[in-house]
Write a protein that binds this ligand. Structure first.
Ligand code: KIV
Length: 272
């Protein structure tokens, strides 16, 4: 069985479906700008999410709620310029789809028209199914998102794992089924027990993409800045740090400052 995801020239909803069927794991990351998107795409990531987590990571907000549709479009356009193979999904920000299915469809359509992304993502389960149906029936691929939904943080009161008791776990299963039935092509499972994510991944035929949801999902996603170790203050156990880039950057900038102070930079070769 091939596990070479570069078999897919341009990743689409169809290739993600085939990957689930062939049990080829889907590798996903976030990106918010051109240069990072270019690196992420080149390294073989199947799906890039322009997440509204940019509200935290890029803008420094406490929650994702202040992010606007204009900002999502701006970042998605930059990401699109950097990619050749990855599928790019644009998160729909808070209040761009919750009001009613018609507003949601108009905003999803605007995102697709202005960014050329491959689809949109919305948070929510059964209660958002009609909205997902409206968008997908009109030809726009939708990715769902259940479990911990950061746009509902004020209702939860904390970022702790969801679905740890049976009642909430059953609701999350129902939500994932409703999202699939409404026409979503994939679904993010965020911060739920691994066993629950396994049950959902076996019950539904669309790919599950986990973040803090254990190893049994059909794919995994992390926030790029977290896995690169750029955010020193953020250390949840589901993030594996592949680099300590914050430290590397600190060393580089300190060296730059020192070089300027001792008149070592620029040297003759670096001057005209
Ligand atoms: O906004 C985001 O980056 C996300 C991922 C964490 C899945 O929704």
């Amino acid at each position: 069985m091939s596990t070479n995801t570069s078999d897919f020239r341009r990743v689409t909803t169809k290739s993600l479906k085939v990957m689930k069927e062939k049990k080829i794991k889907i590798a996903a990351l976030t990106a918010y700008d051109y240069l990072f998107a270019k690196l992420v795409d080149k390294a073989g990531i199947d799906l890039i999410l322009v997440g509204d987590s940019l509200g935290n990571v890029f803008q420094g907000n406490e929650t994702t709620l202040p992010v606007t549709i204009e900002e999502m479009i701006y970042h998605t356009k930059a990401v699109m310029r950097g990619i050749t193979r990855s599928m790019v999904i644009c998160d729909m920000p808070f209040m761009s789809y919750q009001t009613n299915p018609d507003d949601a469809f108009k905003n999803a359509g605007r995102i697709m028209k202005e960014t050329n992304a491959g689809g949109v993502k919305v948070e929510g389960g059964e209660y958002i199914a009609e909205t997902i149906y409206k968008i997908t029936r009109n030809g726009i691929p939708v990715m769902g998102h259940v479990g911990l939904m950061p746009q509902s943080i004020h209702q939860y009161g904390s970022y702790k794992a969801r679905g740890v008791d049976d009642k909430e776990a059953d609701q999350i299963i129902q939500d994932a089924i409703a999202v699939e039935q409404a026409g979503a092509f994939a679904i993010v499972l965020e911060k739920i027990p691994a066993k629950l994510a396994k049950t959902i991944s076996e019950k539904i035929s669309i790919p599950t993409i986990g973040i803090g949801a254990g190893p049994y999902c059909d794919g995994q996603i992390l926030v790029l800045h977290d896995m690169l170790g750029l955010n020193e203050d953020f250390k949840p156990r589901f993030v594996r740090k592949y680099l300590n880039l914050a430290k590397e950057i600190d060393n580089a900038i300190k060296q730059y400052v020192a070089d300027i102070k001792k008149s070592d930079f620029p040297n003759e070769n670096e001057s005209y």
